[in-house]
Every structure is written in C-alpha cells, then in structure tokens.
Ligand binder design. Structure first.
Ligand code: ATP
Ligand code: MG
Length: 569
C-alpha cells in the first residue's frame, strides 16, 4: 500500500475530549471517529486491525470445532419476555417498535435467540454437545459510555454458546473454551490473566473473566505471580495468617479518651493495627445488629459479607440509636468481650489473634491482651475482608500482588437457566425429555484493540503487538520525488516485499521526513526502513524496530532477508 492512495488521517494534536491514552491514540492515529455518544466509525486503518483480531479469534474458535453462524442484531421482544429479561435487563436494553407497533430490541447479547434456534432445530440428543459462535454487533445503552471503544454503546463481540445433555459435558466444553481463550490472548501477544469471576457456588456456574493488564483498567485484580491464581479483589479469597501460639497475657482495661479511630489508637497505644480488632455493626437478617470483627488494618469486603446468612442484604450499617441502645456505649468503643445477645462473626484473621486490643463496650475505654474464651467469643468465622497485597495466595503458591485489568473476555457456565425458562427440552437416550445445559462465552473484539494500545504505547504512539499491526513494514524514502536513485531503490524493495506477500506501507507522500517518521510511529508499524541518498551511496539503508530506540544500517542487498527474518521471529 502507498500512503498516497491510502486514507491516513492522523491528527497533530491530542484530541481534547479523550481521557484514556488508547482513546487519544485511536483518534490521533485515525483508527476511529466518533459519530455520537458511544458510537464509533472504524476508518480503514482501524478496521484492518480489527479484522486481524477477528481472524485470530475465528481461527481459534474453529480449531475447537465451534460452528460459526450469524444471528440478527434486532430481536423480537417475545423471546426476551419468555426468558424474563425484557423487564429484568434494565435500561441497557435498547427497545424498538416496528411500523406495526411490534416490539423488538437491539441485541445486547444472544442467549434468547440461540436457545430459540436450538429448541426448534435440535433433532436428537446425539447432536450434543455443540458450540456455536458469531462475531457480530451488539448494542448496550451504557449509562456512561466512555473511553472510546473501550466502553461504547455499539460494539463488536464474539459470542459463543454451547449446549449439553449433562453438566459434566458443559464442564468439558468450558475447559476447551478456556484454553481457546488462552491461545487467543497468547497469540495476540497481550499480557493478561484469567480471573475467577464467581467462586461462590458449588459445581457448575463457574465463571472466568479474561483481563488485559493495564493501569487504566476498571477492575483491580489480585494475582499470584508464581501460579495461575487470579481473582477480582472483590471476590479474592483471603486465607488466615498462620499464627504461632503465644502465652496469653492478663486482660487490662485502658483509658483511651476520645480515641475511636484505629490509626489514632495504634499511635496512642504504640501498638500495630494488625494486633487490634475493630467491630463493624451491621443490620442482620433476623437480628437488629450483627457484630463483624476485623483486624484493625483490614477492610470489610461487602460482596463476601452480603453472602452470609445472618446479614441483611444489601449490606446496611446499623444506625446509631440501635447501637447505643444495644451496647449502652458509643460506636467507637464496641468489642466482643461480654457480649451475649448479638451474633458475632469473626474474620478468619481475627479468629487466630491472641493478646489483641479491642473496644471495651464503655465510653473512652479499650481492652488490651484480649483472648478468645468463655467471656469473649464469636459465633461464626468467615472470610469477610478485602485481600491486600502480600496475602498468601489461596492456592498457597506465593503471595498476592495487585494489578489493574481490562475485561476482554468472559466465560460462563449458565446451566439450565435459559433452557428452562424457554421450554427447551431434548429426548435423551431413554426417550425422556431432558433440559439441556448451556454455556456462554464472550470476547470484546473492539475492546481488545483499545486494551492492546493501553498496554503497548510510548510517547510517539502505538506499539502494536506484531499480529495486530495494520502493516508490518514501513518504507520511508527521503527525497522520493527528487532522487531517481531513492525512488528506484525504494520501488525495488517495495515490489520485493509485496511479492513475498508482506503487508508493507510505502510512504510516498511529498512530506518532510519528520512528518513521515511521526506518522509511522504513531500508527505503530513494527519495522521501519529509511532509504536516503547518502546511505544508498554506500549501498546502505537504515532499519529501526518500533519498540527499540536505536536504528542500524543494513546493506541494501541483505535488507530483504533481514526483514523476513525479523518477521519470522
Ligand atoms: P463490563 O463489566 O465491562 O460491562 P460485561 O460483564 O457487561 O462487561 P459481558 O456481558 O460478559 O460483559 O460481555 C462480553 C465481553 O464484551 C466483555 O468481556 C467485554 O470485553 C465486551 N463488552 C461488554 N460491554 C462492552 C462495551 N460497552 N463496550 C465494549 N465492549 C464491551
Ligand atoms: Mg456491562
């Protein structure tokens, strides 16, 4: 491709309304243009990259024998009424009426349609298991579309759906999809993690999200560098510290005038916060108050807490009046000693504490050297805290570290949810009607392009992982329109590369070299060859790799082979 015949619409200045670097660079490099809030046009250069991502996804889906189909973007309301989601899905669902006042929606996802196809098409259980996928446009009326194509309203998703007679078969396919996703993100050359998205239920209903690691990510992920363990910090399991037994000291009542805050108390008593216990008072399901105990240096995880039987959902703090009438003492001095009528839940790390500090249930007083015994007890031990960096990984393979992630994929064992709701049954080998199991598997194709840029850029622009680059090699001739020598050498190399089927872009614009360099760096072409008279007189050209600072001189005769070698690496 020659730039003179291409649509290279790069911008000089940083777009004013783009917060994220990927959004800025996608606009600046001329990959996308905003049409309206959350709606983007993909210009030829951007589309070329998008297609490369699609191709890899398609190849890996085909490799596991998933079958590609294509469903309409617009879906009849009846199907969504059957599944119950017409009302449940909320305002992200864009609803439309046709000229006959029939109700439709613009599909945000396709479980209903694929289940409908299966219930009308499936002839025998022998056709199961089966997996379908499509690469197609979705619409979600996001409350806050932002960051360009990272969270847009219209976007392209690869969505896949699998059907099974038994849950074990669903688990096998889930595993296959998991590994297909690993291959996809490996091939795309991205740093990513498969993150446990729901550990709650026993068997089935498993779910993993795939996150590209990047500072701009909306999610905070805890992972173990020594193993595969990764989970959203909201969901990551906290293991209790291994405590060694120490002698129990005698409990002492201390004066702590007006000190209710853990940090101030730690300073006042010259005691580490990790040896102190704080009481959090929540509304119970059946009790007016439930006391939760956390170490002074830990914070409550509301998602884990909301799953406890005793706790009212949504998680609600007990009000001051109930606290004071229950304990006869202000909130900052509450602790577990001598408490009888309030259920107490201790965090795993609190249950192993010895000789700790806690509130004494008297204004301006705390206890020190408190230990678990008849006078100081808990009813339940639970994991209710937020994990912190340095915690033991739940698989015991190392310590957790945190990173930000962008969710680019999601796999989910749906079970019988949609088959049941939509009356989808199949006769099993005994002739009995069975409700099939289902899995769903999404990849945000358009979001991947933005996520890749978040992870791979510098001050000059994008540094594409080679498989995503719109062109592999940029040829930049200096004086193409003035020097016959430059023109001839450039054309020769260009033709050579084209005949080897290499995606090469020749910058034949009559521009200053600085402009050409800046553009090729901005759009992120991995390899660059500069051809100028001075070097050509010595039979040389200059080579530079986009991701390296320094350039080197190559003999013009060796240049082609050198590039081929680089592309193969
Ligand atoms: P998020 O938590 O980011 O809203 P989601 O849980 O709603 O994502 P899924 O329903 O699992 O997403 O959709 C599958 C994939 O589609 C996501 O992993 C993501 O990569 C992509 N995706 C979802 N919403 C958007 C959006 N508004 N813009 C671009 N891509 C999206
Ligand atoms: Mg969403």
């Amino acid at each position: 491709m020659r730039t003179s015949q291409y649509f290279l619409n790069t911008l000089r200045d940083n777009p004013a309304d783009a917060e994220l670097i990927s959004h800025q660079l996608m606009l600046k490099a001329g990959l996308i243009r905003k049409l309206s809030s959350g709606l983007y046009c993909w210009l030829p250069l951007g589309l070329k990259i998008l297609r490369k991502v699609e191709t890899i996804v398609r190849e890996e889906m085909n490799r596991i024998d998933a079958l590609e189909l294509l469903m309409p973007a617009v879906q009849p309301a009846e199907l969504w009424e059957e599944s119950g989601r017409w009302h449940e899905y909320g305002s992200e669902l864009l609803k439309l009426n046709d000229r006959h006042e029939r109700k439709f929606c613009f599909g945000p996802t396709h479980e209903e349609v694929i289940t409908h196809i299966m219930r009308t098409e499936l002839q025998s259980y022998k056709q199961l298991p089966i997996t379908f996928y499509q690469i197609q446009t979705k619409f979600r009326d996001e409350i806050r579309p932002r960051f360009g194509v990272m969270r847009s309203r219209e976007f392209i998703m690869k969505d896949a759906y699998s059907f099974h007679l038994e849950s074990t078969s669903l688990e096998e396919t889930y595993e296959k999809l998991y590994h297909a996703y690993v291959r996809i993100f490996d091939r795309l050359g991205l740093k990513y993690r498969a993150v446990i998205a729901d550990t709650g239920s026993i068997g089935g209903n498993q779910s993993h999200e795939f996150h590209v690691l990047a500072e701009a990510g909306e999610d905070l992920i805890a992972y173990c560098p020594q193993s595969d363990y990764a989970a959203n910090t909201e969901k990551a399991e906290a293991l209790a510290q291994i405590a060694s037994k120490t002698d129990h000291e005698t409990r002492q009542l201390l004066d702590t005038p007006s000190i209710t805050d853990m940090q101030a108390l730690a300073q006042y008593l010259n005691c580490e916060q990790s040896k102190m216990v704080k009481a959090i008072l929540l509304k119970g399901k059946k009790h007016p108050i439930v006391m939760l105990l956390l170490r002074g240096d830990h914070t409550l995880n509301e998602i884990k807490t909301s799953k406890l039987d005793l706790i009212h959902t949504p998680v609600t703090f007990a009000d001051q009046a109930t606290i004071e009438s229950t304990f006869n003492c202000p909130a900052g001095y509450i602790g577990p000693v001598h408490v009888k009528h309030v259920p107490i839940i201790a965090d795993k790390d609190v249950a192993v504490l010895q000789n700790f500090v806690c509130g004494a249930n008297q204004k301006d007083k705390h206890f020190k050297n408190v230990n678990w015994n008849e006078e100081c007890r808990y009813d339940e031990v639970a994991d209710i805290r937020q994990v912190v960096e340095g915690d033991r990984s739940p698989d015991n393979q190392g310590e957790l570290v945190f990173a930000r992630g962008i969710e680019v994929g999601h796999i989910f064992q749906l079970g019988q949810k949609y088959s049941q709701a939509m009356n989808f049954t199949v006769l099993d080998k005994h002739g009995k009607a069975a409700i099939p199991y289902m899995g769903c598997y999404g990849i945000g194709i358009t979001r991947i392009v933005a996520a890749a840029i978040e992870q791979n850029h510098d001050n000059h622009g994008i540094i594409w992982p080679p498989v995503m680059a719109p062109f592999q090699i940029a040829l930049i001739p200096i004086g193409f329109h003035k020097s016959a020598q430059v023109k001839q050498a450039t054309e020769k190399l260009y033709q050579q590369l084209l005949s080897a089927d290499i995606d090469v872009i020749l910058d034949d614009r009559n521009e200053r070299p600085g402009v050409m360099f800046a553009d090729m760096d901005l759009i992120g072409i991995p390899h660059r060859i500069v051809l100028g008279e001075k070097n050509l007189n010595n039979q040389q050209v200059e080579y530079k790799c986009r991701s390296h600072e320094s350039s080197k001189l190559l003999n013009i005769e060796e240049c082609f082979d050198y590039l081929i070698e680089k592309l193969m690496a």
